[in-house]
Design a protein around this ligand. Structure first.
Ligand SMILES: [Zn+2]
Length: 469
């Protein structure tokens, strides 16, 4: 018996969680948080779908919270087995999960206060876990480098390849053996793109029988990175010409470092106006320090820069801001500037204070550089709603909103199809299972994969659905 049950990222892009079961072993692939509409996300995150007593091991593809953010729940529920990931993912997890614990606690306090003040439409929320749970979980993490095969449970062996998505991200190849049957399952995790700044290109694992792959951009094509760099330059220049500021809501992991790296390149070529750039996010500051520790994950260009003693993450006029007073001063001091702040979907963090200060002024620009899930404030910005709610207050949205999808760390439709085609050519691919995508893009991608002759069988499992392999 070899079975895969999809417990998250099923017909949606968040909450990545998949259970591999044989007669001898149970292995959880990813353990992500659901994000989006608060009440729904809370309910889903609190109802943990796996009994930890039965679990032999956890394998983590990468450090993004929608893949890793529920790991401390496992520890809280009593799980004491291993969590396998790459060394860079392990180092990124510590600040990512601590930050997640802090945000949950401050959200819970904030909501309790509003309820106490008489707001009737709110339910109290319990944090999913605290810093002790995070510390306990980190004690279970075992790091394994790329391209080394290791045992995770009886009859289950794993190998990581570089997914080229974020620092340390892995494509997970799982060799499963049970009752005489053998399968090689390849789990794409989140698949990156060719020519992304800093990172190497996604690798192609060999010999897959079953491919479980993400489908976030199954219906879309990204512009080339170079075009995105030009567009970024244009947006900044026209905002500065009208005396405005540019706010870039950014995921603290990878996107922020890529944007900084791109601004550095544009500044060095003399194309970018010389205005101050602030990275206003304590988490981004901590994660950038982890990037500095892991040059083994860099592509040739970033590695060369590092060897020449020129940090890829610093330039004249760039300031990393951790202190709260320094953060507040950014909005009160005059002049054009670029502010990069988390969270990337504007669901929390310092970006909200900057949005509040900037959204009503048409001189300013809100520059969206990442995927915005349904029901998030980021999505409402992309949709250019005339009014948005921040901290429970309505504000007119008059700032220019520009979306640059070219920075995406996810493969687009062509990238997904070409990669699946390469995987198919290297093995005996009999089945593709699409996860981590919304239904529209998934349907379009499934059709292309089938009609293009890459694989005749493409499944799109619903939440909780089990596929026998
Ligand atoms: Zn990711």
């Amino acid at each position: 018996m070899i079975e895969l049950t999809t417990l998250g990222a099923a017909k949606t892009v968040t909450g990545s969680k998949h259970l591999l079961r044989t007669s001898k072993a149970r292995v959880l692939l990813d353990c992500g948080l659901f994000q989006g509409h608060r009440a729904e996300a809370n309910a889903r995150n609190h109802a943990f779908p796996v009994s930890v007593d039965d679990l032999d091991a956890v394998v983590l593809s990468h450090a993004h919270l929608d893949h890793s953010g529920a790991l401390p729940v496992l520890y809280k529920l009593g799980y004491r087995g291993a969590v396998f990931c790459t060394p860079a993912t392990r180092d990124l997890l510590a600040p990512m999960l601590m930050d997640s614990a802090n945000i949950q606690q401050s959200d819970a306090r904030h909501i309790a206060k509003r309820i106490a003040r008489g707001q009737k439409d709110l339910e109290p929320v319990e944090p999913l876990y605290d810093e002790d749970d995070v510390a306990g979980l980190l004690g279970l993490v075992v790091s394994e480098p790329y391209h080394r095969t290791f045992d995770v449970a009886p009859g289950v062996r794993v190998t990581f390849d570089d997914a080229g998505h974020v620092l340390g991200s892995a494509i997970v190849t799982i060799d499963v053996e049970d009752g005489g049957s053998k399968r090689r399952i390849v789990f794409s995790g989140d698949l990156g793109r060719h020519h992304l700044p800093i990172l190497r290109d996604p690798q192609v694992p060999t010999g897959a029988d079953v491919l479980m792959m993400e489908s976030t951009y199954g219906d879309r094509l990204h512009g080339p990175i170079e075009v995105t760099e030009d567009a970024l330059c244009e947006v900044v220049t026209r905002t500065v010409e009208r005396g405005g500021r540019v706010l870039i809501p950014s995921f603290a992991l990878e996107r922020a470092q890529e944007v900084v790296y791109t601004l550095k390149k544009l500044r060095a070529s003399g194309r970018l106006p010389k205005i101050p750039v602030y990275v206003d996010s304590p988490l981004t500051v901590a994660l950038t320090a982890v990037f500095r520790l892991h040059p083994e994950c860099y592509d040739k260009e970033a590695a060369r820069l590092l060897r020449s003693a020129d940090s890829p993450f610093d330039f004249d006029g760039l300031r990393y801001v951790s202190d709260v007073d320094d953060s507040k001063a950014i909005d009160t001091t005059p002049g054009s500037k670029i502010i990069i702040a988390a969270s990337g979907m504007c669901e929390g963090g310092r970006v909200l204070h900057h949005l509040l200060a900037m959204c009503a002024d048409p001189k300013n620009t809100i520059l969206i550089v990442g995927f915005q899930a349904e029901h998030t404030l980021g999505r409402r910005l992309v949709e250019r709603r005339p009014e948005i709610r921040i901290f429970g207050e309505s504000r007119p949205l008059r700032a220019e909103v520009v979306t640059l999808n070219g920075f995406s760390a996810h493969a687009d439709q062509t990238g997904l199809i070409e990669w699946a085609d390469q995987v198919a050519r290297q093995g005996m691919l009999s089945r593709i299972v699409l996860v981590h995508g919304e239904p529209g893009p998934q349907g379009i991608l499934a059709k292309k994969l089938q009609e293009g002759g890459i694989c005749g069988r493409v499944d799109i499992p619903a939440m909780g659905e089990t596929i026998r392999l």
